[in-house]
Design a protein around this ligand. Structure first.
Ligand SMILES: Cc1ncc(COP(=O)(O)O)c(C=O)c1O
Ligand SMILES: [Zn+2]
Length: 421
């Protein structure tokens, strides 16, 4: 498989539609005020549209780089970045039965290099950073994007600086420190972390990965959708559920399925359903009142990965939901905690709280007919539960204490194991 022809890619502003050659712009639209996100436009003819996927996709490559032909980055991919992607898509038969569904599948992106879907964005950004000869990459993050960037930088010899909100779970901070990232904790929350990342990138010239601001983030994340389609034998599912904070995963998933359609590899677009925490509902509020851009909302969710007041990619996320006839749902943090445990006890997969909101939303979506029981539904596990293992502990099965008397202990254990709970 050869490298993609760079002439097949260009950027288009998601707000004013201004077009730019691939290397003419670093981050966002040069005409729009603020930070208007850029969409990648692919000349699908040049990329091989109409040819069978096997002649474009490098099926021997067990990582996201199997879709190199559709990724706008040149040069060799550093070893280490090839530990990202090609994660398992598996059936959830017990959970499907319990919810009365015909087919429910889990795309397990907790199995990535740093344990989250964010690795896909970071791998592409770091590959781009290496192509550009950048020495330092900086990002703002609620935790996982930072861990992903730290891991990808460590794997490929680039320095990493991250701004994370104070209160980021210790397991994520430990990951950052182990990967030798320079970590700045920000008392002003995620919004302030984003501002600081822009400012330091502007003043120092360091390459900024911050979500949606860097246009390569959504392009990396689109590979999860390409994989889902390929793993279903080049079929799109009926529905894909994605947890949403900034909304950039949603944008990426939409782009990935759009690519498969445009290449002629699938014949329809799934409905995309975004799930948020009721304690951080900016996208939900905008969707409900018909707004194109979220006005911002409170952000007090225990699921800190999606506790975002002003989504950085809100406009494109809402567009993705509406264009696919999807919707935005919210669940309480308690429902998400119960879903962490439900998913684990029916599949063994321990998901991060932010990720379990999709499982938590299913009963409500089925009840009001926004998901139908006979549809093929995919939930994306966007992060491993080991990222914040105590998040749902209070709502899981309690531990049995040994009182020192064997008979008492045995009776209790027998009683617990007889109950099919
Ligand atoms: C585990 C997990 N799920 C979902 C999300 C939401 O992604 P986005 O902010 O792109 O909507 C994040 C973002 O940090 C995350 O870490
Ligand atoms: Zn513009």
């Amino acid at each position: 498989m050869s490298l993609p022809d760079r002439r097949q890619f260009r950027w288009r502003c998601s707000v004013c539609c201004a077009g730019y050659p691939l290397d003419a712009v670093r981050y966002t639209c040069l005409s729009c005020p603020g930070t208007a996100a850029l969409d990648l436009v692919i000349d699908y003819e040049r990329a091989g549209a109409g040819q069978p996927p096997g002649s474009v996709v490098n099926t021997a490559e067990p990582s996201m780089w199997r879709y190199r032909a559709l990724l706008p980055v040149g040069g060799a991919i550093h070893p280490g970045l090839d530990r990202v992607g090609w994660t398992p898509l598996g059936e959830l038969p017990w959970l499907a039965e319990r919810l009365g569904m015909r087919r429910l599948l889990l795309k397990d992106d907790g199995r990535n290099l740093s344990g989250s879907l964010k690795d896909r964005a970071s791998a592409l950004v770091v590959a781009k950073a290496r192509e550009l000869g950048e020495r330092v990459v900086v990002t703002a993050s609620t935790g996982n994007a930072a861990a992903a960037l730290a891991a990808c930088c460590a794997a490929s010899g680039v320095r990493c600086l991250v701004f994370v909100p104070q209160g980021t779970p210790p397991a994520k901070v430990a990951q950052l420190r182990a990967c030798d990232a320079v970590v700045a904790e920000v008392p002003g929350g995620y919004g302030r972390a984003v501002e600081l990342s822009y400012e330091v990138a502007r003043r120092k010239g360091w390459y900024c990965r911050t979500t949606a601001f860097n246009p390569y983030t959504a392009e990396g994340k689109k590979t999860v959708a390409l994989e889902i389609a390929e793993q279903l034998g080049w079929h799109a599912p009926d529905v894909v559920l994605v947890p949403a904070g900034d909304g950039n995963i949603l944008t990426g998933v939409h782009k990935g399925f759009s690519d498969t359609l445009a290449m002629g590899w699938t014949d329809r677009m799934p409905r995309l359903i975004a799930v948020q925490s009721a304690a951080a509902p900016a996208l939900f509020e905008a969707w409900r009142c018909g707004a194109q851009v979220p006005a911002g909302a409170r952000a007090g969710s225990r699921a800190e990965s999606i506790s975002v007041a002003v989504p950085q990619d809100g406009r494109r996320a809402l567009r993705a939901v509406r264009a696919t006839d999807g919707c935005v749902a919210v669940v309480s943090d308690e429902e998400a905690m119960d879903a962490v445990n439900l998913l684990a006890r029916t599949s063994g997969v321990f998901a991060e709280l932010a990720s379990a909101v999709t499982t938590a939303a299913l009963p409500g979506l089925l009840a009001d007919g926004r998901v139908l029981p006979d549809e093929c539904v995919v939930v994306v596990n966007t992060g491993s539960g080991l990222k914040d293992p105590l998040a749902a502990l209070g709502r899981s099965r309690p531990v049995v204490q040994d009182s020192g008397e064997y008979a008492v202990l045995e009776a209790e254990l027998t009683r617990l194991l007889a109950d099919d709970g």
